[in-house]
Design a protein around this ligand. Sequence first.
Ligand SMILES: [Zn+2]
Length: 459
Amino acid sequence: MSAQIILKVLALRHRLRQRDRWTRRQLEEHQRRELRLLREHSYARSPFYGRFHKGLADRPLSDLPILTKETVMEHFDELVTDPTVRLADVEAHLTTLSGGDELFGERYRVASTSGSTGRRGLFLWDPDEWGAVLASYNRSFDWAGVGAGLTRRTRMAVVSSTTPWHQSARVGASVHSPWVPTLRLDSGDPLESIVEGLNGFRPRVLVAYASMAHLLAEEQLAGHLRISPGFVFGSSEVFTEQARRRAEEAWGEKPFEVYAATETAGIASECDLHRGMHLFEDLLITEVVDEKNRPVPPGVYGEKVLVTVLFSRTMPLIRYEMSDSVRPATSPHCPCGRPFALIDGIQGRAEDVLRFAAASGGQVSVQPIVFHRVMDAVPAGGWQVAQGPDGLTVLLSGVREGFADAYLVDSLRRELEAQGALVPPVKVRRVPNIPRTTAGKAPLIKSYVPAAEVLRRKP
Ligand SMILES: [Zn+2]
């Protein structure tokens, strides 16, 4: 990591720590000021925003149009505030990445979203923005009390995607330094080799996709994995109740959940009181909204979130839509005294909502949380509920002895009936591993039912 970036991150980390002691009012003043600066910059430098917000420059944030990933990619060249940055060149640069800390145009770091849902998105950061990205990830460690980060030697193992165009890999390449001896393992590798790598490295901090943290907890409890991390972080996927419980049983400490995305870097993170995740409201404005973009009340899951990245300058993101379904906490304040509001649940993405024929005619939507409720009671190392044209298939891996699949089928039927669904056939299949995506994630809920897909599947 370059000395320039280290200094930026250290300075910013110091500023971020001071904000933990802000009052709510100081935080809101900061948000207003940062939002004004972001909008002024965007209107002056981005031809796209000049049009997109035409006539709205003085209106409040809630009156501004929603920005989708499709719109960003369609208008990429006009949206970026550096006229020398062209999508075609950025795309060409991505194909040359080899896992180091390579820069585009000697200035920008580039990463792409994996594109599991629709079009792939490309995002880039100048050195100041990249400093904010790194500092925001570092904040999660800070709040957990790791007390290390960039200046003290803390052995850290990260099990995630090592594909060079994923942001986690870019962050990994940036923070790799003698101060933070880091082992990076690919979550797509066979579990035995991941376990072996971790046993050899003995990390003090373990960071993994949530489903991987769960699998590793099971490996620890089975005696194959023998590490004693003081801190475990789960990210990028729903951290189920069962995964948390097993991680705590395995390593004696409650794990920490981190909510982050490529476009935003860290969005929210737990403090050591585990009352939910504090939103990083000094770096982002996160609106939790329903399908009509209206804010949802505390205690209710939203349909999506709209994020405004206050530090974004190269690619300003204002009311950028993400399909995560999260829930603002009913008691937004945490005894730790931080001014940042809490969210207390992430149930997945809008695509994880399954639709069934309703007993009363029409359709009924079943929220991911309904499946989590049932599946959390199953003593398995991993699960996936997949909806296909012929019904539901539940994949289970690493099921502990004595568990009867028929019991699970019954529970699922009862839950779905209670939701008003006409329950389709439900099958349970035991598998050695839950299949992972190319990014190494193991989705909990999948649907193959879109009409086109059904047609292709029928002979
Ligand atoms: Zn707190």
